[in-house]
Write a new protein. Structure first.
Length: 251
């Protein structure tokens, strides 16, 4: 796992799942890894959807939230645990999810995001963040607060080029974050344009795991509004990849 030195102290180990390229599968991985951790441990696990314009985690988890992050923004300075609990949606497995909510006002400031995430860290054992792609205030704040950053990469030229641009930007503005970053190669398959050694050489970042290309398997789960992580269900190939990656991330 990347070196977490420099991360903001707090109770919970916090993993920001991020990709500078849309369509990489980061929301699927953030949701499924958080769910895997909840199902295989007794930890108090929270998933926070910071993609505040459109959300997305509720689709993968088949949730119907009534509240979310947007409802907490006006009360962050005096946020009480009871208010936070009312904004949560709880998955049948016990995974706690803070969905994006319906935001109609301005985007939150970096200070608001930091305040919210520090509250989350103080009340949970493990926090996963689904982070917006664009390097705006919300994303910078989330990456800075995270103990570790999992960058989701598709092993093709657009994916690698997007990652190299993101690395250059971080190196120029907040180089300490690079020490917390590792890669998850999504939609991995034989014949991919780039292999793991190529990716590590071109980006200077370690590959922590892969999730195979399993389009039809994933579509089947989505059609049933259900992730592949079902209590008592057999370990499908896609599920095995998710669990391996979760284990590598948090032990």
């Amino acid at each position: 796992m990347p070196d977490p030195s420099g991360a903001v102290p707090g109770r919970a180990y916090t993993i920001a799942v991020w990709s500078a390229r849309g369509g990489s599968g980061k929301t699927f991985l953030a949701s499924s890894i958080a769910l895997a951790e909840r199902e295989r441990t007794d930890r108090r696990v929270l998933l926070v959807d910071l993609s505040l314009d459109f959300g997305g985690a509720e689709v993968f988890l088949d949730l119907h939230p009534e509240r979310g992050v947007a409802d907490l923004l006006p009360v962050l300075e005096e946020l009480e645990p009871s208010q936070f609990e009312r904004a949560l949606t709880v998955h049948p497995t016990g995974l706690r999810v803070l969905c994006a909510g319906d935001r109609t006002g301005p985007a939150p400031s970096a200070a608001q995001v930091r305040a919210l995430l520090r509250f989350c860290r103080a009340h949970h054992d493990l926090v996963f963040l689904d982070v917006p792609s664009a390097l705006g205030e919300v994303t910078w704040a989330a990456l800075t607060e995270a103990t570790a950053i999992l960058y989701v990469l598709t092993p093709d030229l657009p994916g690698v080029q997007g990652l190299r641009r993101a690395v250059a930007r971080i190196e120029a503005e907040r180089p300490a974050l690079l020490h917390r970053m590792g890669l998850a190669v999504n939609r991995s398959a034989r014949g991919n344009q780039f292999g793991f050694p190529d990716i590590e050489r071109l980006t200077g970042l370690p590959v922590l795991g892969q999730v195979r290309a399993a389009f039809w398997e994933l579509q089947g789960y989505l059609a049933r509004s259900r992730l592949p992580l079902n209590p008592g269900g057999r370990l499908t190939p896609l599920l095995r990849d998710v669990v391996r990656l979760a284990t590598r991330l948090v032990g």
